[in-house]
Design a protein around this ligand. Structure first.
Ligand SMILES: [Fe+2]
Ligand SMILES: [Zn+2]
Length: 364
């Protein structure tokens, strides 16, 4: 995966903004040499700044810009080329950085905990699959209480919530969540009522001897793209309108208001929130019928079996997925048998950090 995308055509060196050149200066007055952090604020940048002279050294490796405030900025020819190409950083969370999939072409290979925990190249491959496809299945994670946290700690940090650092998914007598019953659960993202939502979820199977209880994953970005292509009005409703999500029990009251499909300033899909159980009725207004049409149109796509990758978590299997992109589901199962998963949340920022550091280490 490339970290940089070329968005705009090349510019002439004479046309580069003097303020931008000054902002790139790495001299000791402008940047702390140890941390690389900027020592000046934008208020110290002269809005009238111009370039008075440009000099190139003989080998063409360094370009010196002399600015109207008297500052000299030396930049490598490489940096100058980057600036003239107006590179826009690729948003690793956005649709442009993803490989989309449906039931036919979802990745089916698993990773082995005994290998990824000692082999950086395999760990990198697993993290890369989570970033590009949205999920990975890890096998041979010991069926021990809280082992899911060992997997999280190999690339990041657990996200502790009111459920604790882990949560149990098994049949409970007094379930406060449908997950703790044997009922089927339709495709959804977890905890849309949190701000921010947990960006990663893990489900580790400790025990199962029931018929049914299969796991399903749906690529929510692909579902949103299908909606954008076939029914742009509904896409606009789900991406422009705010929906209200809520969770309430005697000790916890969580609420958040957000679009179902979040689009960034580059018009890229960056986040999906979809949960029948915790979404509140939409606020009333003149086009409320269109809102329900839009919700139905998206529900049809996400519930289409052709879009769902169905698989079975066996004891020792753990699925890790991007909770801001993928929807997960479970088929119903007989209530007499035993099925016990331990779940936990974590976050993509530390996963991306580990992925990036491993990429640099493996490259060198
Ligand atoms: Fe869930
Ligand atoms: Zn400087």
């Amino acid at each position: 995966m490339d970290e940089i995308e070329f968005m705009v055509e090349e510019q002439n060196i004479e046309d580069i903004s003097a303020q931008l050149i000054r902002d790139h200066c790495l001299c000791v007055q402008c940047r702390d040499p140890l941390s690389g952090q900027r020592l000046r604020s934008v208020l110290e940048l002269d809005p009238e700044l111009v370039v008075t002279e440009i000099e190139e050294d003989e080998e063409g490796g360094v370009v010196t810009f002399i600015l109207s405030d008297g500052h000299q900025v030396e930049l490598s020819a490489e940096t100058v080329e980057d600036i003239t190409q107006e590179l826009v950083p690729l948003n690793l969370r956005g649709e442009g950085a993803k490989v989309l999939w449906d039931a036919e072409n979802a990745p089916t290979e698993s990773f082995n905990w005994l290998e990824i925990s000692i082999d950086n190249a395999l760990m990198y491959e697993m993290l890369d699959q989570i970033l590009t496809f949205g999920f990975a299945v890890v096998e041979n994670l010991p069926t021990r209480d809280r082992a899911v946290l060992d997997l999280i700690k190999s690339f990041g940090y657990p996200r502790v919530t009111n459920y604790g650092d882990i949560f149990e998914v098994r049949i409970e007598n007094d379930p406060n969540n449908l997950a703790f019953t044997n009922l089927p659960i339709s495709p959804h993202t977890d905890n849309p009522y949190r701000d921010p939502v947990p960006t990663l979820q893990l489900l580790h199977c400790l025990e199962t001897n029931v018929a049914g209880g299969n796991s399903g994953l749906v690529d929510g970005f692909r579902a949103a793209i299908v909606l954008r292509e076939n029914d742009p009005e509904s896409f606009d409703v789900l991406s422009n309108r705010l929906f209200h999500f809520e969770y309430l029990n005697p000790t916890t009251h969580l609420t958040n208001t957000a679009p179902i499909i979040k689009v960034d300033s580059m018009e890229e899909i960056v986040e999906i929130r979809w949960n029948d159980r915790s979404m509140q009725p939409p606020y009333n207004d003149v086009d409320i019928e269109e809102v329900y049409d839009a919700l139905r149109a998206f529900a049809v796509i996400v519930n289409d079996p052709a879009n769902m990758h169905e698989f079975r978590l066996e004891p020792g299997h753990c699925v890790i997925f991007d909770n801001t992109r993928l929807l997960h589901s479970r088929t119903g199962f007989e209530s007499s048998g035993k099925r016990h998963l331990q779940g936990a949340y974590a976050d993509l920022d530390s996963l991306i950090s580990k992925w990036s550091i491993l990429e640099d280490t493996l490259d060198s």
